[in-house]
Structure formats: structure tokens, C-alpha cells
Design a protein around this ligand. Sequence first.
Ligand code: ATP
Length: 375
Amino acid sequence: MITLKNIVKAYDVKRGSGGSDGSSGNAVDGLDLEIKKGEFVALLGPSGCGKTTTLMMLAGLLKPTSGEIYFGERLVNHVEPKDRNIGMVFQSYALYPHLTVRDNIAFPLRERKMPKPAAFERAKEISRIVQIDHLLDRKPAQLSGGQQQRVAMARALAKNPEILLLDEPMSNLDARLKLDVRDEIRKLQRELGVTTIIVTHDQEEALAISDRVAILNGGKIQQYAPPHELFSQPVNLFVASFLGNPPMNLIPGSIKQDSNGIQSIVTKGFSYTIPATRQLSAEHIGKAVQFGIRPHDISLTGVSDPEAIPMRVDLIEHLGSGKLVKLIDPAHQLNSMIRLLTDNENAVSSGDTVYMRIRGDKFHLFDETNNGSNL
Ligand code: ATP
């Protein structure tokens, strides 16, 4: 339905030969993306990674420096925003303060020369769907943040757009309301079947709401996949460390194999025997890696066994739903703590010696010599 082919956007700023990190300096740098009809896709990444620039190019408010944007078979690079059949909700909502809710929602229809009675009828209809039909005579200043958000959604949807573009649409709402609005947007999107692209820097929001998430960094897509896949099979160190709260533990180490063919990951603080289910091919032996383990994939036991790694509890943080335990290696050789999540029933306390186990074979190895790609 939507195809972005090798999109580059260079803003008109003199930046020398590129970024100090060796990047090209382009805001968007060779982006390929396909979005299916009716799909809900999030563009997620740190500040400045090119999310908004990409959305603006989809909206037609910015032109790509090179590359092609297709809606279906139609090349839209030079199609004006008003002719793209899109609805857009901005972070600021951008409602007209002097107009009533009814006039705000009807505005894009009137712009398209729809007669007033028909436009108002449609405004009423769509306001019922987003449950603000009792507010039609009010002005934006007389509405709560959540209500303004719904008016912005209603206005974006009034034209029955094929594509809905959302730029951080929930960032002005408080945490509780955000959850409600998030569910509503998702439900509405499913009902209407409108292809939707949301820009957000809130990973929880992106993962909760989307069919697929594109993780961007430095104007490039790092990984484009369903939420569970991004989490369980991150393609590189960037995706692995960007997603997850508390973040993935990353411990520098190397891969060794002894004369009996037993493989292990050797770090400064401990060695971990790689289970049979995860044996590595010969080319990886000797490689420098980052050993990645998510905090919820570590469990603790009070007793030693050959697979458990001795550690000392340094700190415990109570999270309400459970505890965040921070471990240090007994000989203080690791440069960082290892974090794990445990339930409230676990009676672990600071100073305890404990044994750390990695659940099943849930760990990741990132190749230091190959841009942190997942082995
Ligand atoms: P944020 O989450 O902070 O909004 P973003 O991922 O949406 O960030 P963009 O706004 O797309 O990022 O910006 C990408 C890059 O392009 C950044 O380095 C930014 O400084 C630069 N940039 C954005 N707009 C302009 C502009 N009008 N002129 C020059 N450079 C710009």
C-alpha cells in the first residue's frame, strides 16, 4: 500500500562532509519501508533519528531529496498534501481556537467545497464515533487535553482518509489517559481499517499499539518487525539496548571452546557455558562479543550448581509489582552491575551471595567486530 524506496532527505544546512560519528549527515538516509493496507506501523527511535522528517514526507509537507514514495502504484513525490487523501494529527493538535468543535471537524470538508449541511452532518457522525458529540458547540479552550485530542482525531478522520499520520499524538496527555486513548486509537483504527503510521519516542506505546515497528537511528532503519520479534530477536546492539525497560544487560566477553568442544562465554567476572541448543559455528570461536541478557531472563537460586554463577546482591529497588535486583560479581571485575527482575516473594536482601541462572537459552551475542550484529 505505501512504499518508501531509498528515501534520502538532506536539509539545506552546511554540515561539512557528514556527522562526527561518520554518518552522512542526512536526516533520512536511504530508507526503505513497506506498509500494508490497514496496517498500524510505528516509527520509533531516539531524538533526531528522522521520524518526523519521514512522516512529513509521507504527508507531502516535505519533499525527499531523492528516492520514491508510492501510495499503491501511484508515485506521490510531487503530489500536494491536500491531494494525498491523508488525515494527520499533530502533537499540538493544531485546532483552530476561534472555531467550535463542529467547525474544526468540518474544516477539511469545507475546504474541499462540501456544502455546510453535509459537512456538519459528517462532523456529527464522526464525533459520535470518537464520543465527543456532546461537545460540538464548544471552543477548544473549553476542552480537556483528552477531549482536544479526540477533536483532532475526528478532524483527521472526517475526510475518510486512506492513510492516517499521527505525530506523537499522545505526548500531551497524562499517563493514565494515555493508556485509554491508546486503546481507543487502536480500536478506531481497526474498525475503520485506515492504514496508520505513528511517530513516537515512547517504546511502550509503539510496541503496544502497532502491528509492526520500524526502529530508526541516524536516518536509517535498524529493524522493521512485529513488536515481539524486535524484543526477542533484535538484529543488532542498537535495537537490543534501545528496547526494554530496565534495559538489557550487556557484558563484554569473548567466545571460547575447550579441547572437549565445550563452548563458553568468558567475561571478566564469570564464565557461562553455552547450552547445547545454542552451539555456535566454528567461525565465531574467539570473537569479541557483548553478552546480552534481559533482566527478566535471569533467575536467582540460593544454592550453587555447575550452571549457576555466583554473584553478590548490591542493591534492591522496589517497583511495586516486583523488585529490581542489582548484582555485582564477587571479585569486582565487571565494570557494570547486572540487573534482574524478580517477584515480591523473593526474600533476597542486599549483601546476600546468590547464584544467577539464565532462563533457558535466552541470551544474545552481539559481534563487536561487525557493527554489533546479533550472531
Ligand atoms: P524528535 O523525536 O526529537 O522529534 P525526530 O526523530 O523526529 O526527532 P527529525 O525531526 O526528523 O527527528 O530530525 C532528523 C534530523 O534532521 C535531526 O538531526 C534534526 O536536527 C534535523 N532537522 C530536522 N528539521 C530540520 C530543519 N528544518 N532544518 C535542518 N535540519 C533539520
